[in-house]
Design a protein around this ligand. Structure first.
Ligand SMILES: NC(=O)C1=CN([C@@H]2O[C@H](COP(=O)(O)OP(=O)(O)OC[C@H]3O[C@@H](n4cnc5c(N)ncnc54)[C@H](O)[C@@H]3O)[C@@H](O)[C@H]2O)C=CC1
Ligand SMILES: O=C(O)C1=N[C@H](C(=O)O)C[C@H](O)C1
Length: 250
């Protein structure tokens, strides 16, 4: 067996955290060291770090906590695997620079499900040929951030290849503000929140006489676990930060 990896989880009692703890228990290479609660005072956090001695911190907390948790990892030389969404582009850039400087591995993945990664890649492929596009992301109604991290990453990948153009009628107007969704680089992102949903995304393209829909559905949170497992193992031999699981599987 490869060297064992000690893994702490921030947010272990949450929806994703509970699934991560189950996944860790099924892999003999991964040792679950406990729930790290970074809302505690710094003395208590240092004590927890001392006791757990994690190699990796898996973070599924809140958009509000994740920046501080990444700083904490830097201070303790712990490699973060971050699923929490909501870091701003400026915070992401800052962390990329700081982890590079520290030579410490780190992974931030807005989505760990392989189908979602493929959805993003296929959408980027299609956008090159069909630049009229809108993203609809649909999630459970306990989600804090909108649009989803996955939709933002998809939009970034589309924008990188898409010919810029103004979509819709030049004189279109919203009779109810927000009806056309959020604008990102000239195209729209729509966020749906409903009980009964987990995590879903549809990328719709339109062209003369034809449409194309690329859709991904996570029907449970187990769908993210092979990606989290892969990231924990990969981060151990990395230097610096990567943003997106696609960089690990290409
Ligand atoms: N990258 C991916 O594949 C996925 C990412 N997510 C993201 O993961 C995050 C968590 O999602 P859920 O598990 O659904 O949320 P949740 O609300 O069920 O769980 C969050 C947990 O974190 C705890 N928490 C909050 N601040 C903390 C801190 N500073 N230290 C330790 N624990 C803290 C809360 O008490 C709660 O138990 C969200 O940002 C969500 O968007 C969710 C699913 C997949
Ligand atoms: O909050 C969620 O549930 C999810 N969050 C991530 C996101 O914002 O994209 C990943 C997945 O969509 C589930």
């Amino acid at each position: 067996m490869d060297k064992q990896i000690r893994v702490a989880v921030a947010g272990a009692n949450g929806r994703m955290g509970q699934e991560v703890v189950k996944m860790l228990a099924q892999d003999a290479q991964l040792i679950y060291t406990g729930n790290l609660d970074t809302r505690l005072g710094s003395e208590e956090i240092n004590k927890q770090m001392e006791e757990m001695k994690p190699d990796v911190l898996v973070d599924f907390t809140t958009p509000h906590s994740v920046y501080k948790n990444m700083e904490l990892c830097l201070a303790h030389g712990v490699r973060p695997v971050v699923g929490t969404t909501g870091l701003t582009p400026e915070q992401l850039q800052e962390m990329t620079d700081r982890y590079k400087e520290a030579g410490l591995g780190a992974i931030i993945a807005p989505n760990f499900a392989i189908g979602a990664i493929l959805c993003m890649k296929f959408a980027a492929m299609a956008a090159k040929y069909m630049p009229h596009v809108e993203i609809i992301e649909l999630h459970h109604d306990r989600k804090l951030d909108a649009p989803s991290g996955t939709a933002l990453k998809t939009a970034e990948m589309i924008a990188a290849v898409r010919q810029e153009l103004k979509q819709g009628h030049p004189e279109e107007a919203e009779t109810i503000p927000g009806a056309r969704g959020a604008e990102y680089e000239g195209f729209r992102i729509h966020s749906v929140r409903l009980p009964g949903m987990v995590a879903h995304q549809e990328v719709l393209f339109g062209s003369t006489g034809q449409t194309l829909s690329i859709r991904h559905d996570s029907i449970n949170r187990e769908s993210f676990m092979p990606g989290v497992n892969l990231a924990i193992k990969a981060v151990m031999s990395m230097y610096g930060l990567i943003y997106g699981l696609e960089h690990l599987i290409d």
